[in-house]
Design a protein around this ligand. Structure first.
Ligand SMILES: [Zn+2]
Length: 352
């Protein structure tokens, strides 16, 4: 069974066993922070090579999720209001649902915003100045395009040349699995050099790809004027903070907050760690984020928010809304807190 199938069957089992229903009240905690990326109308054909489809959901599905959490008794709050709630007793409030979107893609403005507006739902968009200005190589998008457009590719990593057939969908998926893992594991500067070399060899304009998909400063400014929207920081260059030397990590954290605040003429209180899993953001980085002046930082560590997170505001977990699990019942299971508590070995927080 693949890992995706395993997760799906686990979520299904949790949902249908009724376990989530019984435990919902005790384990759902104070609320859930959702993590999204792209919100776009469906455009991917069944069976097509589209490894990044997991980062996309449709506007309709976003609306369904907001309606579902409200039906379950959740109140949709901004990140700031949700954090303020942690200082108040649980008994005086409904659980909260917070919607956050990473990277600052154009579709957040053109598609997601109207869903949030229609349903009067607050949301936070985390932007990285380097993505806005096109200087960040969105390597996962570049790699997908290179594999999609070629029938074989070769790549040089640490002085070794690796060749892959990329003709059939199965071959493309296999090459993606190997190369995306290798790029994710590589040191940040080496990773960017590898994708730049590949892009040059296969005629891909990484800067144009980035600028095509990212909001401009003017667009972010327009979005930030929406009273439902708050803008947070996501580093300057979308680096995994834990892979950087402490001085470089500090620069990414501080400069992104200062740059975005200057561009938008408003304070920036919240941060999202790029990639955000345990290997991309650890205890050293939570400390740096606090020192850089953030009120809170979100990760992609799994789980919901408990009272105990009041003492760990720089290491907040999120529930990923992924195209791969685009079924309401999976999200319904996730907000119950049950899958997170199992993943976190029966601890309420995962901050080490
Ligand atoms: Zn990101």
């Amino acid at each position: 069974m693949t890992s995706v199938a395993l997760i799906k069957s686990g979520l299904n089992a949790a949902y249908f066993s009724g376990l989530t229903h019984i435990l919902r009240k005790s384990l759902r905690g104070r609320g859930t922070i959702f993590c999204l990326h792209h919100v776009v109308p469906p455009h991917i054909k069944r069976g097509e090579f589209s490894p990044n489809a997991k980062l996309e959901i449709s506007p309709e599905f976003l609306g369904e999720i907001i309606r579902l959490v409200r039906k379950r008794g959740y109140e949709t709050l901004s990140l700031s209001d949700a954090i303020a709630r942690l200082d108040e007793p649980e008994s005086s409030h409904k659980p909260f649902a917070v919607f956050t979107l990473d990277d600052g893609y154009k579709d957040n403005l053109t598609h997601a915003q109207s869903v949030f507006n229609t349903l009067n739902c607050p949301f936070t968009v985390f932007v990285a100045p380097g993505i806005v200005e096109g200087s960040v190589e969105l390597w996962w998008r570049g790699l997908e395009k290179i594999i999609a457009e070629n029938i074989s590719i070769y790549v040089e990593i640490e002085g070794f040349t690796h060749s892959y057939k990329t003709q059939s969908i199965a071959e493309k998926n296999k090459a993606w699995d190997i190369l995306s893992s290798a790029l994710e594991a590589a040191p940040e500067l080496a990773q960017r050099q590898i994708i730049r070399d590949l892009a040059k060899r296969y005629n891909i304009d990484l800067q144009a790809m980035c600028l095509d998909t990212a909001m401009t400063w003017d667009e972010i400014r327009r979005l930030s004027k929406n009273p439902l929207c708050s803008i947070g920081a996501h580093t300057m260059n979308h680096y995994a903070i834990s892979k950087l030397a402490v001085e470089d990590a500090d620069v990414e954290l501080v400069n992104s907050r200062v740059t975005i605040a200057e561009k938008l003429e408003q304070s920036v209180e919240h941060f999202a760690f790029p990639y955000g899993q345990e290997c991309a953001a650890g205890p050293r980085d939570f400390g740096l984020a606090a020192k850089a002046g953030y009120v809170s930082s979100v990760t992609t560590r799994k789980g919901v928010i408990y009272d105990a997170h009041k003492n760990h505001l720089q290491a907040l977990p999120r529930v990923m809304i992924s195209g791969r699990y685009s079924k309401l019942r999976y999200l319904d299971a996730m907000i119950s807190g049950v899958p997170g508590i199992i993943i976190n070995k029966f601890k309420l927080t995962n901050v080490t």
